[in-house]
Design a protein around this ligand. Sequence first.
Ligand code: BGC
Length: 890
Amino acid sequence: MKKNILLFFLLLASSTLPAQQTSLFTLRCEHLPHPIGIDAAQPRLQWEVKTAGKEQSHYRIMVDTDSAKLAKGSASNWNTGKIASAQTLVNYQGKKLGPFTRYYWKVEVWTDTGKSPVSSPITYFETGMMEGKNWQGAWISDGQDMHFKTAPYFRKSFQRSKKIRSARVYIAAAGLFELSLNGEKTGNHRLDPMYTRFDKRNLYVTFDVTQQLKQGNNSIGLILGNGWYNHQSTAVWNFHKAGWRARPSFLLNLRIQYADCSVETIATDTSWKTTTGPITFNSIYTAEHYDARLEQKGWNTPSFNDTHWRNAIPSKAPSTQITAQTLHPIRDVEEIPAISMNRINDSIAVFNLGRNISGVSSIRVKGPAGTIIRMKHGERLLPNGRVDLSNIDVHYRPKGNDDPFQTDIFILPGNGEAYFKPRFNYKGFQYVEVQSSQPVTLSKESLTGHFMHSDVPSIGHIRSSNPTLNKIWEATNNAYLSNLFGYPTDCPQREKNGWTGDAHIAVETGLYSYDAFTIYEKWMADHRDEQQPNGVLPSIIPTWGGWGYDWGNGPDWTSTIAIIPWNLYLFYGDAQPLRDSYPNMKKYVDYINEISPSGLTDWGLGDWVPVKSVSPKELTSSIYYFVDATILSETAKLLGNLNDHTKYETLAQKIRNAINTKYLDTAKGIYGSGLQTELSAPLCWGIVPDALRAKVAANLHQRVAADGYALDVGILGAKAILNALSENGYANTAYQLAARETYPSWGWWVKNGATTLYENWDINAKSDISLNHIMFGEIGAWLYKGPGGIKPDPAQPGFKNVLLQPHFVDGLESFEASHCGPYGEIVSSWKKEKNKIIYNVEIPFNSTAALRLPAGMNMKTTKGAAPQPNGTTFHLSAGTYTFELTSVSK
Ligand code: BGC
C-alpha cells in the first residue's frame, strides 16, 4: 500500500538508528527527496517521522556543508536550536546559501513521550546556479532557421587528467534536449526541459555526471528537439506563429570539481561542433521521423572524428530568466507489451496494447535498407481493423502530406535488426498500425508501448468490493497521469493543451493519489508568466501570447489561479503557493469585478459537454467567481492582510447574494429550473444559505431519482454532484451515480472497455470524443472523500488534522482508502459483517483526526484507546484503531 520510494527512505532511516529508538524518517527539500540544482534562497525542509508517541513537541534542524562534522553535531550553516513546535515544514533560514554547494541536514524530533530526541539520518540538498550571473559561456545553436526540419546534433570533446571529485551538468534549452556523456545517455528523464512560456522563463536541469566522466578523453553529445518552442506542425491554436519561435538552442555548463579542490567549467561556445543526423523531423504535437541510414556511429563517443562537423553559432538567450527545474521529471514510467498483433496484409499489422496510454511506442525490426516503416498511433479501430484517427485529428491543420498525425516514420538502415523510439514527441494511443513499404517480419514482440508522464510518486490507494468502482479508479489514475507532462493537459493526443478548467477539476483527484505538488507549483509560475497587466489569464497555460486570451478564460476555467494553490495548501499545509500567487489572484478577481459590477458574470464556457440539459452559464461562472473571491479573502487572512480579507469577504458575500437573488427560489429550495448541475454546484461550493441546504439537497436527490439515477451533468456538474449529495445526507444516491454501469456513467465507459476516462458520456458521440480526458475525473477524489471519508481540515491543513467522515453506503460490502499526507499514511477502511461494520483507522504520528459517523450509529472501540465524543465528533490522536459500528435501531 505504501509507495516504494517512501519505503526506501524509511528503511534507510531505520538502519542508521539504534534499535531501541527505531524511528522512520522521510525527509524532503522543496518537496523532493534530495534535490540537486535548486535555486531557492530559503528552501523548504520537511520531515515525516514514524515513531513512538503521539506528537512532536520540539524539533531541531542542523545544516552543514560537511556531513562528517554534521554527524558529530556541528551545524555551522544553521542550527535552529530546540524549538517548541509541532511544525514539520520549515524554510531554511541559516547562513546565505552559495551556488553549487551540497548542504547536509538532519532533524531531531522530541515527542510527547518525554524521551530523548529521535534523530533523522543525514540527507542533503544541493544548490545550482542560484543567480543568472553564475552561468558561463553562451547560448548556441546550429544556425539554421526555424523552418529547417532536421534536428541538430552537437558534440564537444575534452581531456581530463586530474582526479575528479564531482561533476555536474547544468543545462538550459529552448526546445528539448537529450544529453549524453561518453556515448551514454545522461539520466533517465524524458522531454526535458518542461514547457514554459519560453520568452518569459526557461528552465535548466541539473545532472550529477561524476560517474560518467573519466580521466583522459571525454565527450559530451547533445541532440536538440523542437518541443513547444519551435512548433512546426500547424493546428488551430497557431503555436507555429508563437513569437518565441526559433531554431532550438541551449546553454550548458559542465562544472567539474577535482580532488585537489580546483574547479573547471566547460561551457557552450563556438568551439562546440554541430551537424545534422537521422532525426529528419520532430514535432511534440504530431510525431518523429527517423532515417537510420543517416546515423553516424559513435557520434557521441570520445574517439569520434568530428573534423567534418561545423562549429556552433552563438544565439540569443530566449528569455532573461533561467530558473531551476525543481520537479518530478517526465520518464518512461511503464513498459507495456502488445497483447496482440493483427496482420492486415503483408505490409500492414496493427498492434494492441490492451490499454490507452500517453507516451510512445518502440519497434525492433529487420528489413532492407530504405524500407519505410510508418507507425500510426490511435485510440480506436475502424471496422476493417485499421487505426482510426478521426476522433483525435480534428483540430490538426496539416499543410501537406509530409507530417501525418501521430505517425512516426522510421527508415531502416538495412544492416540487421534496427531499433527506434522517438525522443522528442509523445502521443495518446492504444493501437499502433505499422505499415512497411516492403514486407518485413514482425511479431507481437516487435513493438512495445512506453507509458510516459511526470513521474510523480503514488501516495493514495482505493480498493472496494465493487470491481467496476475499482476499475473506474484505475481509469481515473491513468487519465490523470496521461495528462501530466510538467503541466496538466486536457488530452495527450488531439491537443496536449494546459486547459485550466480540466486541471482545477482534477486537482483533488490528483493530490489524493499522487505527490504532484511540484508539478502544480511549476504550473503556477507559468500562470504568473502568462498574466496580462489587466489581470486577464488565458484558458490554456502555457500559451504563446495569442491563443487563449479571448476564449474560454472566464472564472469557470481560469480559477486555477486560486483553486490550485488553495488545494496545495489544504493537502500539504504549505502556504508558499498561495503567497506566490496572491497578487495574481487579486488582479484576476479585480478584473472580473471590473467587468461584472453586479456580482454576476457570464464570462466562461459553462457546464461543458453535458449529457443533455444545459445549465445557465452565468450561474456556474458566478459560482467560480465566488470561489475565487473566497479563497482570496482566506489567503489575505492567512497572510495577515486584514484589509484585503474584509474587502474580498464582502465581495464574496455580494456575489453569493447576487446569485441567490437571481437564481434561488427560496420557497421551493430550487436554483434555476432545478437541473442536476444547477442544484449541485451551489451546494458543493457553499452558495446555499444554511437554512435552505437540506431543502436544496432533498431537491437534488429527487431530481436524480426523477432522472432515473442517471447523470445529467457536464464537467462542472460532475465536479459537484457526488460531493453535493454525500455531504448533505444522500451518500447512497451519490454511490448509485458513481457505481452505475449503464449510460450515462463512468461505469458505462469501463463496461465498454475504457482504461482511461473519456471526454464525452456518449461513447458514440460525433465530436468531443477523445478517449483520454481527465475533466470528468472528480470521482477519483470523491472515493477518498465520500466512502473513504478522508478530508483535509482547512483549519489545520496538510492533514495535521484529518476530517474523517466515512459513508458506509448501501451496495458496497467493503471499502479501503489510504493517503500518505505530510505526516504519513492515513487509512480509513471498513467492512460490513452481519449486523455490524468493522471500521479500521490509522492516523499518523503528529496528527489527529475528527471522526464523524453517519447519524444513528453506536460505536465500540476494539483496538486503540476509545476516543471521547465531543458532540457528534470523536477526537482521535495518532494511532491505529478498530471500531465496531452497529445501527442504533437494531
Ligand atoms: C478541451 C477541453 C477544454 C475545452 C474548453 C477542449 O477542446 O479538450 O478539455 O476544457 O476545450 O472548451
